[in-house]
Write a protein that binds this ligand. Structure first.
Ligand code: SF4
Ligand code: SF4
Length: 292
């Protein structure tokens, strides 16, 4: 009872369809991760921002672990691949697009989601984004039955954001420093608000960067909670690119921070830092068993 109160795990206003999107999604429910699987489709190679912890040769660090390059799939290949995967592994309930770049910046994402809607209407659809284009794409995502969404929010203060992003490419305009960070933050918050109006279940990923945003993450949790975000996933920094000299947080630091944040917003504590092409139950990937 005490635990429930502390981590604010249950919102009594959720509709039945939203409850299913929590209970049967391995990332949104720790219980579900033992029973159900997810399938990441790596169809989105390009990105519209530059995070200072990301080397663009690899998968988007906001959702996946870096260092394992995915083969980028074409939308038509994805249909064949999903059909094979759910036949062999019927516990796969979720079809997700998480990279290897920014899904909303790649038209292939929408082509793939169209095909998924047509061919696999009963599988849940999930997407991860940096949020820059979310306000203008939320309606389209809703039309394509995307019901679970992850947005990476590393700052709600442009001064701090300016230390995290080298640039933001907003419709061809390159914005740097606080200006870029402000536009990104505003679009993320506006997009989250819209997605929640469409009844999507929203998770926020936050990269925990010691000395940069560590003391600020609680402000992010408070702000996104006000918007109706369901859960936050704290991702410890993997030091690379401009942040290669930053000492990453220890597992104890992460646990302590999650405890503090859990007072405000439910925390995800079972994230496995998957590849952008991961398939299967969390921690039991089967992508090597499915031939294209
Ligand atoms: S949004 Fe993802 S792919 Fe783009 S720069 Fe950031 S971590 Fe890298
Ligand atoms: S990286 Fe974390 S949130 Fe994303 S699919 Fe894997 S376990 Fe789920």
């Amino acid at each position: 009872m005490e635990e429930k109160k502390k981590n604010i795990p249950f919102n009594h206003n959720l509709f039945a369809s939203q409850m299913r999107r929590i209970k049967e999604h391995p990332c949104f429910s720790e219980q579900a991760c033992h029973l159900f699987g997810r399938m990441h489709l790596a169809v989105a190679p390009r990105c519209n921002i530059q995070c200072n912890y990301c080397i663009r040769d690899f998968d988007c660090v906001n959702e996946s672990r870096p260092g394992v390059c995915s083969r980028v799939l074409k939308p038509e290949e994805a249909v064949f691949y999903v059909r094979k995967a759910i036949k062999d592994f019927p516990y796969i309930k979720v079809i997700a697009i998480a990279g290897p770049g920014e899904p909303l910046y790649n038209e292939e994402t929408f082509e793939t989601l169209e095909l998924m809607k047509e061919n696999f209407p009963h599988q849940m659809k999930c997407l991860s984004t940096n949020g820059l284009l979310l306000p203008e794409k939320a309606e389209r995502l809703n039309d394509l039955n995307v019901g679970n969404l992850t947005v990476t929010v590393n700052s709600v203060d442009p001064k701090i954001g300016a230390k995290i992003y080298s640039f933001v490419n907003y419709h061809g305009k390159i914005l740097e420093g606080e200006e870029g960070a402000r536009v990104l933050m505003e679009k993320q918050l506006e997009g989250i608000k819209k997605a929640i109006e469409y009844k999507m279940i929203v998770k926020v990923n936050t990269v925990y960067i010691p000395g940069i945003n560590d003391e600020h993450i609680i402000e992010i949790a408070k702000r996104v909670k006000e918007l109706g975000v369901y859960m936050q996933n704290l991702i410890p920094l993997i030091p690379q690119y401009k942040f290669e000299d930053i000492e990453p947080p220890t597992p104890e630091d992460v646990e302590k921070k999650q405890e503090e944040l859990g007072e405000v917003l439910k925390q995800m504590t079972h994230c496995r830092r998957c590849r952008a092409d991961a398939i299967g139950r969390l921690g039991y990937d089967v992508q090597d068993q499915i031939q294209l």
